[in-house]
Design a protein around this ligand. Sequence first.
Ligand SMILES: N=CN[C@@H](CCC(=O)O)C(=O)O
Length: 262
Amino acid sequence: MIDCHTHLVFGGDRSNEFEQRLEGVSYSEIAKQGGGIVSSVRATREASLDELLASAEARAKVLLREGVTTLEIKSGYGLDLESERKMLKVARALGERLPVEVLTTCLAAHALPPEYRERSDAYIDLVCETILPTLAKEGLVDAVDGFCEGIAFSVEQIRRVFETAKQLGLPLKLHAEQLSRLGGCQLAAEFGALSADHVEYADEADARAMARSGTAAVLLPGLFLPCVKPNCRQLQTFVSRASPWRWPATLIPGRHPYCRYA
Ligand SMILES: N=CN[C@@H](CCC(=O)O)C(=O)O
């Protein structure tokens, strides 16, 4: 069994956000309150490699007990060279310690780190000129991912990340159309990405473009089904179409009970 979308390596504990989501607080609202990705970035930067490894190993063992044999693990809570490297090293170490095949994904284009506030293009420069080439050269990266969204990066910024990944010979994935329809699915299809993930706001044209390029839709209903107002449109858009789709266990901080295993 393959789990193709996990944020398994992270510092801190965001289980309070699961409760907030159940009460109807939106993802963007939680982010505005200082929670969400940026709070995991703070805690992940502060944690040592050994601390991250211990907590991630406990979470991975839960997935293995459920039958997972291949595990994709993203970075994306480091957002600087050292911390992204630390996360990916933890992912590689898990593949060596546990009876599971681990594939690493560099998600440095996940969010704007606080030190780059109002300078998102400069951060994308760092991702494209330093983080991706360095970590790829070190053999830590099996694929490249990004978050194309109003609260993250634009289509044009992600295009630059994809062009860099292509030059490095790395396959692509994208967090796309999660909170709005920005054009990420079309970009993923244009580049022949392995997958576009979330896709809650994708439409029929997106599903058709992805079907043509063989880009799988990774559906993450574990994120929104427990919410007060679930957005189930993606299930109708993709499940009944000829496009390939996947359904991972949704191991993401603050969104899944497994995240308590630390
Ligand atoms: N949408 C962005 N990225 C992750 C969540 C990250 C987080 O909230 O920590 C996702 O797959 O949902």
